[in-house]
Design a protein around this ligand. Structure first.
Ligand SMILES: Cc1cc2nc3c(=O)[nH]c(=O)nc-3n(C[C@H](O)[C@H](O)[C@H](O)COP(=O)(O)OP(=O)(O)OC[C@H]3O[C@@H](n4cnc5c(N)ncnc54)[C@H](O)[C@@H]3O)c2cc1C
Length: 413
């Protein structure tokens, strides 16, 4: 049987890959970044159980390591697919990592490196050296060198590496594989909060986004897991969450991003775990926590220091002397408009489909989510629609089954 190509190494792509391999299909898994794991690798805890996402990821990594059937290609992107269902050919462009499998993780390359780059894994909250380990749970567990960030002519990392594992001049390559079907699991990115002019992001240091809060709370995050005000490093005594920051808004994202209410309720629990006295206020339009998430909402909502105000936030302004924030919002239940002061504001920004190349057999809907399946092409996870992890995993398993059926038909033809 020819392999199935899985595009994207987040939880959806990983699930599709290990389920396909378990069912007997060879798999080529391509991930455009230097490590697998996607967005969930950046989370502190999962709702509703508030367990670390690393457990689930590690189980997938173990299955990957044990499987002979999965070829993992990182820093790789599919650039062209041609053929018919069950019998395609794909070109995959692979960028050089500039660090070979001889890397022992000693970190001497990063110590010797003087150039810095924005740390995308930490949503810009920190920087890494140009020679960097993607993160502490990276798969593959290898350093990488971002040549675009290197100081011109510098080869200090090469001199520092005792194991000869640096390959600064390695060229990019393109490989061509025969494949039977494609699962696109290209995932999502957060809505750009700088587009929400009236909510202060990018202008007021104590306005952060929900994905940044995940990294602020994470023990492997830049602050070691303590949620502190960016302006002065103080613990916040009052925190506001602005729901639907851009979502369900014709000027930004007309759709509901499905997970932001549960994410903010989870974030309220993060704050409570660190600061028993901090008052948390969630400004919401509707609380959308369907199914089993309703119990999670009820559980967190028992907290006497958590207040929910039904009303859309009109604006967030800063007191420049204190960097405290004035949040003006309607209170629908009380029938009035209020301006309340907070020490930290978290914008619950929504989910936007990751853009980029797709095989011609897959389309995009009006919002850019991958729509429809055609011939041997299937989509899974947040590439299709905003959804939580358990739905993503079920979705990816379904896509794997469809791809497997296509590969079997191809093998019989
Ligand atoms: C603030 C916030 C908190 C959340 N908290 C929770 C929670 O607690 N519990 C829960 O169940 N859900 C939570 N979610 C939802 C969860 O993040 C998603 O369900 C999950 O990330 C979906 O996984 P995915 O694999 O579809 O996408 P992603 O995690 O985005 O993975 C996609 C992968 O594909 C790669 N990729 C993209 N394009 C290409 C390409 N062209 N070629 C190769 N690779 C590519 C990306 O680099 C990435 O690694 C939260 C969401 C938000 C916004």
């Amino acid at each position: 049987m020819k392999p199935v190509l899985v595009i994207g190494g987040g939880i959806a792509g990983l699930t599709a890959a290990v389920e396909l391999a378990d069912a007997g299909a060879p798999v080529i898994l391509v991930e455009k970044s230097a490590s697998l794991g996607g967005r969930v690798a950046r989370m502190h805890q999962y709702f509703p159980k508030l367990c670390p996402p690393r457990c689930g990821l590690e189980m997938h990594y173990r299955r990957l390591r044990e499987s002979q059937a999965i070829t993992v290609l990182t820093l790789a992107e599919a650039v062209d697919v041609r053929g018919v269902p069950g019998d395609y050919e794909v070109d995959i462009k692979i960028a050089p990592r500039h660090v070979t499998a001889d890397c022992t993780l000693c970190g001497d390359c990063a110590k010797a490196c003087k150039a810095e780059r924005a740390d995308e894994f930490n949503y810009g909250l920190a920087k890494t050296k140009a020679a960097y380990l993607p993160h502490g749970m990276a798969y593959p567990m290898l350093y990488a060198i971002d040549r675009a960030a290197c100081t011109a002519g510098c080869r200090e990392c090469e001199t520092a590496c005792k194991y000869g594992a640096i390959a600064l001049d390695a060229p990019p390559e393109t490989r061509t594989y025969k494949i039977a079907a494609v699962v696109a699991a290209t995932g999502w990115k957060p809505y750009d909060a700088t587009k929400l002019d009236q909510l202060g992001f990018g202008k007021c240091p104590n306005v952060v986004t929900n994905v940044m809060l995940e990294r602020m709370a994470a023990v492997d995050g830049p602050g070691g897991g303590r949620i502190l005000r960016p302006s002065d490093g103080r613990e916040p005594r009052t925190v506001a969450f602005v729901q639907c920051a851009g979502s369900r808004d014709e000027k930004h994202l007309p759709y509901c991003s499905a997970v932001c209410c549960s994410a903010s309720i989870k974030h309220a629990a993060y704050i409570r775990a660190q600061y028993p006295e901090t008052a948390v206020t969630i400004f919401y339009i509707d609380v959308r926590t369907p199914g089993r998430l309703e119990e999670f909402y009820a559980r967190v909502n028992r907290d006497a220091n958590l207040q929910l105000i039904k009303g859309k936030v009109a604006r967030v302004e800063e007191n420049p002397a204190t960097h405290d924030l004035l949040v003006t919002a309607e209170d629908v239940m009380a029938g009035k408009k209020n301006t309340l002061q907070f020490e930290l504001v978290v914008l619950a920004t929504g989910i936007v489909p990751e853009p980029g190349w797709l095989p011609a057999g897959l389309g995009r809907d009006e919002f850019g989510f991958v729509s429809g399946s055609n011939g041997g092409f299937y989509a899974a996870g947040c590439a299709r629609r905003p959804e939580e992890v358990s739905a993503t995993v079920e979705d990816a398993t379904g896509a794997a089954l469809q791809a497997l059926a296509c590969a079997r038909r191809g093998a019989r033809a």
